[in-house]
Design a protein around this ligand. Structure first.
Ligand code: ZN
Length: 141
């Protein structure tokens, strides 16, 4: 095999796609020809660099992956309703206080409305009692 044939087949040799007899001839030539030997060495170096650049990265160790997934879930998990209720953002005593405040506001609003109606003189005492009873029925009292 001469230098020209080696240059044509060296890529196949590097990919181990040459038949055995041609592989033997090519390797014999490389062992005796400094020019082709240097070229083959350069190609092997470039090929190794390309392989390492495009090769898939090694998977992470299983423990590291499990730890990372656990940390991710811990950091990004949506808190349950119970956790949110127990957090500092919300406290249980706020429920009755909120309901009580709403009822007091409703009562004061209704009282102010009644005072305004009575003060305006649109209603007599009898019609006021009727209105009050119908209002009470509307609220289920
Ligand atoms: Zn040669």
């Amino acid at each position: 095999m001469n230098c020209s044939e080696v240059q044509k087949k060296i890529g196949f040799w590097m990919d181990k796609e040459l038949p055995e007899d041609e592989t033997t001839d090519l390797e014999y030539h490389l062992a005796n020809c400094k020019k082709c030997s240097l070229e083959a060495g350069g190609l092997k170096c470039v090929s190794g660099l390309l392989y390492s650049y495009f090769a898939e990265p090694a998977p992470p160790p299983p423990r590291l992956k499990d730890k990372m997934m656990a940390d991710f879930r811990k950091t990004h998990s949506k808190p349950t309703l119970l956790k949110r209720l127990n957090s500092n953002q919300f406290s249980w005593p706020m429920i009755p206080i909120s309901i009580g405040g709403a009822l007091v506001g409703l009562f004061l609003g209704a009282l102010a409305c009644e005072i305004t109606i009575l003060a305006s003189g649109f209603l007599t005492q009898d019609s006021y009692i009727d209105a009050l009873c119908s209002t009470g029925m509307a609220f289920g009292i």
